[in-house]
Design a protein around this ligand. Structure first.
Ligand code: UD1
Ligand code: CA
Length: 448
């Protein structure tokens, strides 16, 4: 059976009190609407359809071609929103799953269960839809599920339209459905206009019942379907999602010493037997190898870290470290820092847009920018590449096995040869040849 998913994401989310459309707020490394795409892809290989409206250009910029788009110019309700996808999907698939762009905690397996229920129940014929329901003591904010004396679902009543009796109902509508596609497209236009001037998708239930069609339902966990409406919900979802990610990593062989102070995006990968120490944040498309020690108090963004590395109380952003590197405490790898195998960076090392060859060591408070440093170079304490002349950035090159004395200023553009040495406190303004020793201010070659 071919199933396609429609993601409703045209609403603005006024209660977020934000310039940003609600579906572009983030939870554990993905925007809310990207989570919906992720969930949709777990249930079907068909390209999901996103119904967009408010902030549609922003949403498109984020989702690009990961979905196809239906535009809902005016937000006339969830029924009207689904209708916008009809021209893209009619005749294309057998069933349509509807989810929202603000329910990141919904699990793929829950949606898979709904699809399986639909497939199973459809075999007996006359099925219009399968849906999830939830039971919660505090029903506020949800449509209420009405059942007839046989226990069959007969209607969904929106909270605003509930009688005092109906308001007490604890079985609620999360708003996740799997519809028979032909039946959906044939009947969407029968939804009456509500008192609020909207077309409610929930009315499809009464339409089905009036036609004598069957509705299947299964219970879901409230945690998964509690949609995000405010930033309080956002923080709550972050907390739950974070714990799920940490549990997945721990079960795959990663040690997380203190889950309460560890923040890892879903998009991060970590190898076996790596230990994540407290107060560590790992973000974006960061990849960390096996047998590393990361943290304490480290922040890594969009970076690659090889096996057997250690990162202590340091910040690593858009950078990479090959195997057996160690940095920190208090190091900063910035954009384009590439550390080859076995590089050591001690306290207060900063590296930007530079390559450090295998075995190069930079123990104490130094800055390397726009540099190419070959292997086994010793960068003495306080060395600085003076890469910026006030207008332009210039490059520094240091050959293998060189020894850069403490407090050397390398005024770029500059090249230091292989096996060269600079004296402590030198200001090097001219290129240094292979094996040469220079010292002084400005640095001059030592008499041979
Ligand atoms: C909806 C359900 C309600 C359910 C609740 C669960 C209807 C009529 N009601 O109510 O029974 O308990 O969800 O959270 O369906 N959207 C559009 N276009 C629109 C309107 C909404 O794309 O014109 C999108 C929103 O961006 C959002 C989703 O649909 O992602 C749900 O809309 P929302 O207004 O939050 O519905 P509720 O009033 O919460
Ligand atoms: Ca809602």
């Amino acid at each position: 059976m071919k199933i396609s998913t429609v993601i409703l994401a045209a609403g603005y989310g006024t209660r977020m009190k934000s310039k940003l459309p609600k579906q572009l707020h983030r939870v554990a490394g993905r925007t809310l609407v990207e989570w919906s795409v992720e969930i949709a892809n777990q249930v079907s290989s068909e390209l999901p359809t996103a119904v967009v409206g408010h902030g549609k250009e922003d949403v498109k910029r984020v989702l690009t071609d990961r979905v196809q788009y239906a535009v809902q110019e005016e937000q006339l309700g969830t029924g009207h929103a689904v209708q916008q996808a009809e021209s893209l999907l009619r005749g294309q698939v057998d069933a349509i799953i509807v989810i929202y762009g603000d329910m990141p905690l919904l699990r793929g397996e829950t949606l898979r269960g709904l699809a399986d229920l639909f497939i199973q129940e459809q075999a007996t014929g006359n099925l219009a839809l399968a849906m999830l329901t939830v039971v919660r003591d505090d029903p506020q904010g949800f449509g209420r599920i009405l059942r007839d004396t046989d226990g069959k679902i007969s209607a969904i009543v929106e909270e605003a339209a509930c009688t005092a009796e109906q308001l007490k109902i604890r079985e609620l509508n999360p708003g996740i459905y799997c519809f028979d596609a032909n039946w959906l497209w044939d009947n969407l236009s029968s939804i009456p206009l509500s008192a609020k001037g909207e077309y409610y998708l929930t009315d499809m239930v009464e339409i089905a019942v009036a036609q004598g069609k069957r509705i299947a339902s299964t219970f879901a966990d409230i945690e998964e379907v509690d949609g995000i409406n405010t930033r309080i919900h956002l923080a709550h979802a972050e907390q739950i999602m974070r714990r799920r990610i940490l549990n997945r990593l721990m079960l795959s062989g990663v040690t997380i010493v203190d889950p309460d102070s560890t923040y890892i995006d879903d998009t991060v990968s970590i190898g076996q037997d790596t230990r994540i120490m407290p107060a560590t944040i790992l973000e974006g498309c960061t990849e960390i190898g096996r047998d590393c020690v990361i943290g304490p108090t480290s922040h890594i963004i969009d970076s690659q870290i090889g096996d057997h590395c250690s990162v202590s109380q340091s910040v690593v952003e858009y950078a990479s470290m090959a195997e057996h590197c160690d940095i920190g405490p208090f190091s900063h790898l910035r954009k384009g820092a590439i550390l080859d195998a076995g590089v050591h960076l001690g306290n207060f090392g900063e590296v930007k847009n530079s390559y450090l060859g295998p075995g190069t060591k930079m123990g104490h408070f130094s800055y390397l920018g726009d540099s190419h440093i070959e292997g086994n170079v010793n960068i003495g304490a306080g060395t600085i590449t003076c890469n910026f002349d006030g207008e332009n950035k210039h490059k520094t090159h240091i050959g293998a096995n060189s020894f850069i004395g403490s407090d050397t200023m390398l005024v770029a553009p500059i090249s230091v040869g292989k096996g060269a040495r600079t004296g402590a406190g030198s200001i090097v303004t001219k290129d240094v040849g292979d094996g040469e020793l220079v010292y002084g201010v400005p640095a001059k070659a030592a008499a041979q």
